[in-house]
Design a protein around this ligand. Structure first.
Ligand SMILES: Cc1cc2nc3c(=O)[nH]c(=O)nc-3n(C[C@H](O)[C@H](O)[C@H](O)COP(=O)(O)OP(=O)(O)OC[C@H]3O[C@@H](n4cnc5c(N)ncnc54)[C@H](O)[C@@H]3O)c2cc1C
Length: 500
């Protein structure tokens, strides 16, 4: 058996977590190899071509470039320039025919909340607290690459890296968003409905289940700079790919990792490509960017037991139903690019428990994404993977029913859509998702926030196995492009500390 020993670090998966770790290591001269099972790089933050149009694979909104946020750090450290344009406003939310504009400007946003939900002083106090907590969370998250602490010395590091004046914020790890809403007197049914659906985008859980420490950053993400990548998020991934290659790294697509073994020199990694050819690599460092529940299938012995134990509490993670739709450009030029549309009270998307749908449009005139005078729309909603896997012969009918319902809802609730001619439409369920990014059961979007899980229980970016590190949305600090980018940066920091 020929063993390739050319690399210092092997990365399993090319999601934004793996790409960030790879870029940070490559800038310091590590020779990295990224192994990607799919035919395209980027996983849940990527793009794909369908019948003349480019659609986003999953993520559509992009934040994290403001000072001291993870993508700011990635660009600053590597010199990579991710192509992007700032968008404003960040989003529109539609409830019962009323449009709520999610302005970036904080004062303007509080005024908008007062217009919709009333009680100006209470709204102002609630959002002022949320901004204070969110700003601090962003600041401390980049300062603490060794969180959750694994060793005594890392607890010491926490004390050194953080100001005692910031400790007040920790109380919010134990208070739900709902509790804080009550405290500030903004817990009306209408406001709760709004906050719950906003949290489902970033926290994957509602206000009673999301600690305010995380929820504050989740509900204020539209108040930081939001970006659009012309041509699609694959262009973000491509800019990082070019940097890694320029610095001596390699990226193999269509080559999946089948088995990982630890030995005295590090790790042996066995792969298979789409032509069923097999390859073996050996490297001192191994970084997994795939979910912890996938790792248990490619490891053995103690490593397998470790991943089984890390995954055992997360049987309830979400899946997604996503639609790619291309229509003629009938929308107003100043129409926001991102929309959250609430269904009518009591209504849910069929075959899901979802109360809202999220729509992201390509920019008018972005001919890298679609033809002239056309727009692409990416639509997503939450779904239970277990349900979709249980459908068997009813699967196609259920999928069609969801698609028809969503098209009908867009006609009723998204201005312009009823006049649009649909050129292309296709729908993906958790079953499709598993075939696209190989995430077991098609579970995407990381691990839902929960009041029952302490911050210290997050899967850390370092494992008990020397040289094995973890990034991606099932590890600390969780889902979203900024979150997984931070996980990749944390892996780099831990490697620099542990292996000189
Ligand atoms: C519908 C949807 C909408 C979202 N919207 C947003 C948004 O607007 N903004 C935002 O910031 N976040 C959003 N998210 C979340 C965000 O996309 C993810 O949290 C993030 O992209 C996950 O990155 P990751 O690094 O964990 O890995 P992933 O993107 O999951 O990548 C893992 C990679 O590993 C590969 N792989 C799997 N198994 C193997 C193997 N055995 N060998 C080799 N490769 C393998 C996969 O093919 C995949 O490319 C959304 C997610 C979804 C699903």
């Amino acid at each position: 058996m020929k063993i390739n020993k050319d690399y210092d670090a092997i990365i399993i998966g090319s999601g934004m977590g793996g790409m960030s770790a790879g870029a940070m290591l490559a800038k310091d001269g590590y020779k990295v190899l990224i192994l990607e099972k799919a035919h395209t790089l980027g996983g849940c933050s990527s793009s794909y071509y369908r019948k003349g149009h480019i659609f986003e694979s999953g993520a559509t909104t992009l934040i994290g470039f403001d000072d001291h946020q993870p993508l700011w750090k990635l660009e600053k450290e590597t010199g990579i320039e991710i192509p992007r344009e700032e968008i404003t406003p960040s989003m529109a939310v539609w409830i019962d025919g009323e449009m709520i504009t999610r302005y970036k400007n904080r004062e303007q946003w509080i005024q908008e909340c007062t217009r919709i939900f009333g009680n100006e002083s209470a709204q102002k106090a609630f959002w002022t607290e949320a901004f204070k907590v969110a700003d601090l969370v962003w600041k401390v998250s980049l300062n603490n690459p060794f969180f959750p602490p694994l060793k005594f010395s890392e607890w010491g590091q926490l004390a050194i890296n953080n100001s005692p004046w910031d400790i007040w914020v920790l109380k919010y790890a134990f208070k739900s968003v709902q509790t804080v809403m009550k405290k500030f007197g903004v817990d009306t049914p209408k406001f709760k409905r709004f906050v719950d659906e906003q949290l489902m985008i970033t926290a994957q859980a509602k206000s009673e289940e999301t600690p305010f420490l995380f929820g504050a950053a989740g509900i204020t993400y539209t108040n930081y700079s939001n970006y659009y990548v012309p041509g699609g998020l694959l262009e973000m991934i491509n800019s990082i790919r070019a940097f890694i290659q320029k610095n001596g790294g390699a990226l193999h697509t269509k080559e999946g990792v089948e088995k990982v073994m630890q030995n005295e020199n590090g790790f042996t990694v066995h792969t298979k490509n789409k032509r069923n050819e097999t390859f073996t690599y050996q490297a001192p460092l191994l970084i997994s960017n795939i979910p912890v529940w996938n790792m248990q299938d490619i490891t053995v012995g103690e490593m397998r037991e470790y991943f089984m134990s890390e995954a055992k509490d997360f049987d309830e993670a979400w899946g997604a139903i996503t639609l790619g739709i291309a229509t003629d450009d009938v929308y107003l030029a100043e129409f926001p690019l991102h929309h959250q549309v609430h269904l009518s009270e009591g209504e849910t998307v069929p075959h899901t428990n979802s109360d809202s749908i999220f729509i992201s449009m390509s920019k008018s005139g972005d001919t890298l994404r679609t033809k002239k005078h056309m727009r692409t729309l990416n639509v997503s909603t939450h779904a239970s993977p277990e349900y979709w896997y249980s459908l068997n012969e009813d699967y196609d009918t259920a999928k069609q029913q969801v698609q028809d319902f969503i098209v009908e809802t867009l006609r009723r609730k998204l201005p312009g859509f009823s006049r649009a001619q649909i050129d292309v439409i296709h729908t993906a369920t958790p079953v499709t998702w598993e075939n696209w990014v190989y995430r077991k059961k098609g579970r995407v979007g990381g691990i839902p926030q929960s009041m029952a899980r302490s911050l210290l229980k997050w899967t850390p970016n370092e494992t008990p196995f020397k040289g094995l590190y973890l990034c991606g949305d099932t590890t600390f600090p969780g889902q979203g492009i900024p979150g997984v980018t931070l996980s990749g940066i944390n892996v780099y920091s831990r490697i620099k500390k542990n292996h000189h």
